[in-house]
Design a protein around this ligand. Structure first.
Ligand code: MG
Length: 382
């Protein structure tokens, strides 16, 4: 029985994880969950999976929780609660499906205990990839990607020697503005930015996908997960999202992992890695599909992609600034305080103004994260 702690249990990754647990109830159990404020959905999960621990994000949610009815359930609160659960509970895998850099501390806590972390929270690796690498060296622990692209790469690497890897290509759907002329970007509304062509996800990652910030994050994520240089990392736009990513080897062979877009595959693969368990979803039929298309990404219309590559190359505390300024900029855009094109401008400015330091510890990264958030909020959040 694999005991799962699921942080971010009611989002799109959380509910897909639920489906995986439901599919193999004899192999998976859910010991703890976290929600920001969706108490109703959390109670359904507690009832269905006999969850014994829950952390809630807000004071309101904490007060709303029916403690009398659920006296056997241990209740935690806030960022501290997430960390406590990762540090204290008895689990085998942490599925980290939190949104934003709040996921970083629980990832580190789980790895410090030598646990397996199935990571959907890419911000953990973006802000703290160097710290995480050191923690894993010292304490062990296993990091498995839940991102479809990185799961694809992991699958392509099965049985291969790392010295035979020449490059990795991450595919991108291109988002809803793939064909939008550059003079139209200043008019992009919140509503149009929230419509992703292939994946249904939460608002933060949907905006990140539309700016290609998400793809840039994925390059940083790949750099840390697979210990590969930015020179060996490529992006290709592939609107159908059928090839989830590929690896080129030194003999010219290219391995690609394909399939219909479905997050349950990467989630379940991370939970059972290196084994596979059946999923009876619709199958890929290439003849019906007819054709797949590929394009070079447009770095001018999507400046966030280059911002990520530059921040990733700089390393140290710069990626934490990149991420924090983006989190606040996206929040401000969603709250209609800034224009769509301001997201890239704000991130670029925050990275430029920052004086790079070597990444030393979790505490330092968290303090850079907080500083950047308040700087950006003060300057643009009125
Ligand atoms: Mg992805």
């Amino acid at each position: 029985m694999i005991k799962i702690l699921l942080l971010g249990s009611t989002g799109s990754i959380g509910t897909s994880t639920e489906n995986c647990i439901r599919r193999y109830r004899d192999q998976f159990s859910l010991v703890g969950i976290s929600v920001n404020r969706r108490i109703e959905s959390a109670l359904n999960q507690i009832n269905e999976f006999s969850v014994s621990h829950i952390s809630v994000g807000t004071d309101d949610a904490y007060n709303q929780f029916p403690r009398d009815q659920y006296s056997s359930v241990t209740l935690y609160k806030g960022d501290e609660g997430l960390l406590q659960m990762a540090e204290e509970l008895d689990y085998d895998v942490l599925v980290n499906a939190l949104v934003g850099s709040v996921g970083f501390a629980p990832t580190v806590a789980a790895l410090k205990r030598g646990k397996k972390v199935a990571l959907a929270n890419k911000e953990s690796l973006v802000v703290g990839g160097e710290v995480i690498a050191r923690v894993m060296k010292e304490f062990g622990g296993t990091l498995l990607p839940i991102d479809s692209e990185h799961s694809a790469i992991l699958q392509c690497l099965n049985g291969e020697e790392s010295k035979t890897i020449e490059s990795m290509t991450v595919t991108a759907s291109g988002g809803p503005f793939r064909e939008l002329p550059s003079d139209q970007f200043s008019k992009i509304s919140v509503e149009t930015a929230l419509k992703h062509p292939t994946w249904a996800m939460g608002p933060k990652i949907t905006i990140d996908s539309s700016t290609l910030m998400n793809k840039g994050f994925e390059l940083i994520e790949a750099h840390h997960l697979f210990d590969i240089s930015f020179d060996q990392l490529k992006v290709v736009v592939h609107p159908q999202s059928i090839i989830h990513s590929m690896v080129t080897f030194t003999d010219g062979a290219v391995m690609a992992q394909c399939g219909l877009p479905d997050m349950e595959l990467p989630i379940q693969y991370a939970l059972t890695y290196p084994k596979r368990l059946p999923i009876t979803s619709p199958r890929l039929d290439l003849a019906t599909l007819g054709s797949l298309t590929f394009f070079e990404p447009d770095y001018n219309r999507f400046p966030c992609l280059n911002l990520c590559i530059e921040a990733g190359r700089a390393g140290g505390t710069v990626p934490a600034v990149l991420n924090a300024s983006n989190e606040i900029a996206v929040e401000l855009f969603l709250n209609r305080k800034i224009a769509y094109v301001d997201i890239a401008k704000i991130v670029s400015e925050a990275c430029e103004l920052h004086t790079r330091q070597d990444a030393l510890s979790l505490e330092q990264i968290i303090s850079v994260d907080r500083e950047t958030r308040s700087l950006v909020r003060e300057k643009y959040g009125r």
